[in-house]
Design a protein around this ligand. Structure first.
Ligand code: NAD
Length: 310
C-alpha cells in the first residue's frame, strides 16, 4: 500500500502508460486502477496479477494511493473524476497527495479542479501534464509531458522519476495550466501545418512534381518541419508516416478536431488574433464527418482536401 500509485482512465493512452508503470515500479509498489469500462480494468489486472489492483471508483483509488494519475477524454470527465459528490477523488482525504492530470482539456476546467483542491486540501498538489506522441508513443514509452509547473517546483524530482517511466521528455512550462496551454498551442500549430502542407503539396503535384522531391525541397528550404516529413500527409513519401499505412496509425482526426476547438476557444478567451482558427476548425470538422476520413489519422486532411484520389 505504501507509496501506491493510482491510475484512472485506461483507454488508448492510459492503458499502455499504466502498463509501463507496472513494468518499471518496484515489485512492492501497488497500482490501483479504475475505468468506467470494467473490461479494460480486468484486462490490466489479469496481466499484472500481483501488482495492479482494481479500485471500486475514483474515490477508492485515491484513498489507497499516494500519487494519482488521471487520463480521461475531456473536461467533463476530469470534473466527474475529481469532483463527483459521491465517487470523486476529492471525496477522499487527499491531503499531502500528488495528483497529475494527463488529459488534454480546457484550461478553465483544470483551474477549477486545482482551485477546489487548493481550497479543501491545501497540502495536496495538483498538476496538469498533458502528453504528446500519440498511441504509438504511449505504447513505446516515448511520449513527452508538458507540465504545468515551474522548473523550480519542489515536486519536480518526484514528478520526473514517475513520468519518465512512461515517456521520454518532461518539459516544465512555467505554472499551473501552462502545460495545457502549451499542448493546445502545439496541436493548433501542427494541425494548421498539416492543412497548409496538404494544399502546398497538392498544388505542386498537380503541376507535375513528385511528392518525394517536394519533401526534399521543404527539408532543404524554409518550409522544413516534422509534419512535412515524418508525418507527411501525402502517402508514399515516408514509409513510417501514418499516411503510408492507410492513415490507420497516428493521431485520430476527432482528437485533432477536439484539441483544435480547445485552442480556438483559448485564443478567444485570451484575446489572441486567430485568423486560421475558424478555417481550421471547419476543415477538421469536415474531415471528422467525411466517411472516407472518419476515425483515421488527422493527416487524412490531405484526402479531404482533394488529394489522394484514386
Ligand atoms: P480514450 O477514449 O481511448 O480513453 C479514455 C478512457 O477514459 C476510456 O477508457 C474511458 O472509459 C475512461 N473514462 C471516461 N470517463 C471516465 C470516468 N469518469 N472515470 C473513469 N474512467 C473514465 O482516450 P485516449 O486516446 O486514451 O485519450 C485520453 C486523453 O489523452 C485525451 O484527453 C486525449 O486528447 C489525450 N491524448 C490522446 C492521444 C491519442 O493519440 N489518443 C495523444 C495525446 C493526448
Amino acid at each position: 500500500k505504501e507509496n501506491a500509485i493510482g491510475f484512472i482512465g485506461l483507454g488508448a493512452m492510459g492503458k499502455p502508460m499504466a502498463g509501463h508503470l507496472a513494468n518499471k515500479l518496484p515489485a512492492q509498489t501497488r497500482i490501483y486502477v479504475f475505468d468506467v469500462v470494467e473490461s479494460v480494468v480486468d484486462d490490466l489486472c489479469a496481466h499484472f496479477p500481483d501488482k495492479v489492483m482494481k479500485g471500486a471508483n475514483a474515490k477508492d483509488v485515491a484513498e489507497k494511493s499516494e500519487t494519482i494519475i488521471t487520463m480521461v477524454p475531456e473536461g467533463t470527465h476530469v470534473k466527474a473524476v475529481y469532483l463527483d459528490p459521491q465517487t470523486g477523488i476529492c471525496q477522499s482525504d487527499i491531503s499531502g497527495k500528488l495528483l497529475i492530470d494527463c488529459s488534454t482539456i480546457d484550461t478553465p476546467t483544470s483551474h477549477l479542479v486545482k482551485d477546489h483542491i487548493a481550497e479543501h486540501f491545501p497540502t495536496a498538489s495538483f498538476y496538469d501534464a498533458p502528453v504528446s506522441g500519440g498511441v504509438v508513443g504511449a505504447v513505446k514509452g516515448t511520449i513527452a509531458f508538458f507540465l504545468g509547473a515551474s522548473d523550480t517546483d519542489p515536486n519536480l524530482p518526484r514528478l520526473t522519476s514517475l513520468l519518465q517511466m512512461m515517456g521520454k521528455q518532461l518539459i516544465p512550462c512555467g505554472g499551473p495550466t501552462f502545460g495545457l496551454a502549451a499542448k493546445l498551442s502545439n496541436n493548433y500549430l501542427s494541425g494548421t501545418i498539416a492543412i497548409a502542407c496538404s494544399e502546398a503539396m497538392d498544388m505542386a503535384m498537380r503541376s507535375g512534381l513528385d511528392p518525394r522531391v517536394l519533401a526534399k525541397v521543404y527539408a532543404a528550404g524554409t518550409a522544413q518541419n516534422t509534419i512535412c516529413d515524418r508525418f507527411c500527409p501525402v502517402p508514399g513519401v515516408y514509409a513510417e508516416a501514418p499516411s503510408s499505412k492507410g492513415y490507420k496509425e497516428g493521431f485520430k482526426v476527432q482528437l485533432m478536431r477536439k484539441d483544435f476547438a480547445l485552442a480556438v476557444e483559448m485564443a478567444k478567451r485570451v484575446g489572441s488574433k486567430n485568423v486560421l482558427g475558424e478555417v481550421g476548425l471547419e476543415t477538421y470538422t469536415g474531415v471528422m464527418n467525411d466517411p472516407r476520413c472518419k476515425d483515421l489519422d488527422s493527416r487524412v486532411v490531405y484526402r479531404y482536401l482533394g488529394g489522394d484520389e484514386d
